[in-house]
Design a protein around this ligand. Structure first.
Ligand code: NAG
Ligand code: NAG
Ligand code: ZN
Length: 494
């Protein structure tokens, strides 16, 4: 096929795809981006739009200055400390979370936010019970452990079983089933980044059970350890006998793997009384800075984080920080009398840790109106360390606009752009369907050191750094909500 036939076909196919799937493109919006042969996107924003965005520099500077250096300096950290000191960890279906939600609602109202309310969520209600793991052979040791979310317990008195230890599912698959039957399997994956390694947490129980194991233990999903286990969600595959599963420390897991490879017989006594209760009603928490135009509610900019946490540490980092910068961003904008044309809506999701359940039900409840209702989604859930910029998902035209907006953030050195969004689990319900979205790029190399463990406390959060995160969040959401045009989007309709 000659080169030009290929090109014509490509153009025809692109046109077809555009008209067939991409729906809702505002016709008044011109194309700002062009794909080159090498698939690079070249931005050609019209001069007047470039000027319009550059014109926000004084307001952005004012927002950043007031939050990092003016009357709001230190306020984000103080509010997060108050929230976490008052209520501790905020596991879904606990009184602590529901009381924290009531407190946020009251505080948002006191802070003058608009339309403060809750929307109900039916949430999974897993309860951590008594948990104990003891190495009984080759020598005695009480091992720290944390049952994984949704795990069942053992029989009363626990199970005492011999141990098999493997580094990978590949290695495990090669072991004959009769050698696994009746054993406790310890998975000790090497840390290869969260995405790659977390599959061991998610699937350990189902993989082990499929070969007849009685329980599974998993090396905590972290690159670094000082002897604390890290919990997190897991799920059982359909049609598989459910067996108990827990995380143990990196130190214990690696030692057990060494012992096993050396041929030392290993026995563990595992007792857990974790169980699942019927769903509870929890709540997403919503507060707004209402826009000034008559279209304010037709193209809302969402800023968000999740208020629920695990039951260890106090969930300061995951995701008190993301929740707090979202809430404070609009509280501070309002206090500065800065109301954009469109509404900025802070949503503090519930039940993220159980599988983004609060956001899923919010999405379902708003689905009929979503194409008009939402302009842009932001979520911070991968740390509120030194902010560096925003990552983005959406079409190339919206990407060109966001890149231009990021140029305004030089005073806090937060001008980086990356694709796709990495830190927005809840908003992924919309991102995957073509809604434009962003999350916070931050110096979070140590995020998984503390994640889902007793280490997730206020000691991890820095006052000045949190100010910068709130400042970036407030400035970016303000400009997006105030622009003369909506963020372009190509919705995948189904
Ligand atoms: C939300 O749930 C509570 C019970 O927790 C119930 O009283 C209330 O009516 C529910 N609200 C809506 C709108 O369904
Ligand atoms: C700004 O950020 C870049 C990239 O993260 C970094 O190399 C540079 O040192 C930073 N500059 C300041 C003044 O912090
Ligand atoms: Zn989180």
């Amino acid at each position: 096929m000659s080169k030009w036939i290929g090109k014509v076909l490509f153009i025809l196919i692109s046109l077809f795809i555009n008209s067939a799937f991409l729906g809702v493109i505002d016709n008044s919006i011109e194309r700002f981006s062009y794909q080159t042969d090498s698939e690079d996107v070249v931005c050609h924003l019209p001069d007047n739009l470039v000027k319009e965005i550059a014109g926000y520099q004084p307001i952005v500077n004012k927002i950043i200055n007031e939050i990092t250096n003016g009357r709001f300096k230190g306020r984000t950290w103080d509010s997060l400390a108050e929230l976490t000191d008052l209520f501790g960890p905020r596991m879904v279906c606990t009184d602590a979370l529901e009381q924290a939600i009531d407190y946020v609602v009251e505080s948002m109202k006191k802070g003058g936010l608009d339309n403060v309310h809750n929307e109900n969520v039916s949430a999974p209600n897993w309860v951590r019970g008594f948990e104990s793991a003891q190495l009984v052979r080759p020598w005695k040791k009480n091992m720290k452990l944390l049952g994984l979310g949704s795990t069942i317990g053992t029989i009363r008195g626990g199970i005492i079983a011999d141990v098999i230890a493997v580094e990978s599912f590949d290695e495990f698959n090669k072991i004959p089933d009769d050698q696994v039957k009746g054993k406790i399997v310890v998975f000790v994956p090497k840390w290869e980044g969260y995405e790659k390694t977390v599959v061991y947490r998610g699937n350990a129980a189902s993989k082990a059970s499929a070969k007849g194991a009685v329980a599974a233990l998993v090396r905590s999903i972290t690159p670094f350890s000082i002897g604390s286990p890290h919990t997190g969600h897991q799920s059982y595959a359909d049609g598989i006998k459910q067996i108990p599963v827990a995380a143990i420390t990196v130190e214990d897991a690696e030692m057990i793997l060494r012992m096993y490879r050396r041929g030392q017989p290993i026995t563990i006594h595992l007792e857990m009384s974790d169980f699942i209760k019927p769903n509870c009603i929890s709540r997403n928490t919503i507060g707004e800075l209402q826009g000034t135009s008559k279209y304010k509610d037709k193209s809302v900019v969402v800023v968000s984080g999740h208020l629920d946490s695990w039951d260890v540490g106090v969930g300061a980092m995951d995701d008190g920080g993301g929740s707090m910068i979202s809430w404070k961003a609009i509280e501070f904008l309002r206090a500065m009398n800065l109301r954009p044309k469109r509404t900025i809506r802070a949503i503090l999701w519930t039940s993220e840790e159980q599988g983004m359940v609060g956001a899923e039900q919010y999405m379902e409840a708003h689905k009929a109106t979503e194409a008009d209702e939402f302009n842009f989604f932001m979520e911070s859930d991968i740390g509120t360390f030194e902010p560096q910029g925003l990552d983005f998902s959406g079409n190339a035209d919206a990407s060109c606009i966001l890149k231009e907006i990021l140029k305004l953030m030089t005073s806090i050195n937060a001008t980086q752009y990356r694709e796709p969004t990495d830190g927005g689990p809840d908003i992924s319900w919309w991102t995957v369907r073509g809604f434009p979205s962003a999350s916070l790029i931050n110096k979070n190399e140590k995020y998984f050191w503390f994640h889902h463990s007793d280490g997730d406390t206020m000691a991890v959060e820095d006052k000045d750094v949190l100010d910068k995160c709130t400042a970036l969040w407030a400035a970016a959401s303000y400009v997006i909500a105030d622009l003369s045009i909506n963020m372009p989007k190509n919705l995948v309709t189904n």
